[in-house]
Design a protein. Structure first.
Length: 235
């Protein structure tokens, strides 16, 4: 690092040198500093010692894979993560997003798209929430579902349900706006805090996970061709 260099630092963890160097070249040309690692263990160490602002993380790594690296990074904080996946596989997206990745991009990728995703995630991480937060002592109750906003806790029939941060925020946003149909873009802007440049399927993945975790008590309805809502008078 050059003394006084205040450019944002991006960590790329990718075991294919040509892909890593290609991404590094475009990110550096766009004004970022970039460091790289080929193994998950080395990526974790660099994340801890170099304090990057964002990690571009391949899923299929030697040693610790991208899933385990994400899990360990999430234990330490909320460092933004963009996952790279070799195929457009819904299972990869579900698992990656459920672990807490902020975005994903499928290989092979357009380097300009990668730069755009990096910019968007960094701006979202720095942006203020789009709406005033609910009071910390707010409890949202709907039939057998109870959401404690301050403690970020969710219960179904008094049994705790573990949600990722984005799953929790999405659920609360829809509950706050009961009776209103919210488009995927509106939800992306409200929950992620900035206009999302990527795929709106991110919302669909999170809704699917909420339905799986909350079961019959999930109040979210699909409004085909538009988005999602929680009915004003759900039963």
């Amino acid at each position: 690092m050059v003394p006084g260099d205040d450019r944002e630092l991006i960590l790329i963890v990718e075991d294919e040198p040509n892909i890593a160097s290609f991404a590094q070249m475009y990110l550096e040309a766009s004004g970022y500093r970039v460091i790289t690692a080929e193994r998950g263990e080395d990526g974790l160490q660099l994340a801890q010692t170099e304090n990057p602002q964002l990690v571009v993380l391949d899923l299929m790594l030697p040693g610790l894979d991208g899933y385990e690296v994400t899990r360990r990074l999430r234990q330490d904080g909320n460092l933004p993560i963009i996952m790279l996946t070799a195929r457009d596989d819904a299972i990869d997206r579900v698992v990656g997003l459920e672990l807490g990745a902020d975005d994903y991009i499928t290989k092979p990728f357009n380097p300009r798209e990668l730069v755009a995703r990096v910019r968007a995630v960094l701006r979202r991480s720095d942006a203020a929430p789009a709406a005033a937060p609910l009071p910390q002592d707010t409890t949202l109750v709907l039939d057998g579902l109870r959401v404690e906003v301050g403690g970020r806790e969710v219960y179904v029939h008094d049994e705790g349900v573990a949600l990722t941060p984005k799953e929790f925020d999405l659920l609360v946003t829809l509950l706050e706006n009961r009776g209103l149909v919210m488009t995927r873009q509106q939800l992306l802007e409200r929950v992620w805090g900035f206009t999302f440049l990527g795929d709106s399927r991110t919302i669909d993945v999170h809704v699917r996970q909420l339905r799986r975790k909350l079961g019959e008590q999930c109040p979210i309805q699909t409004v085909w061709g538009t988005g999602y809502k929680v009915p004003a008078a759900s039963r």
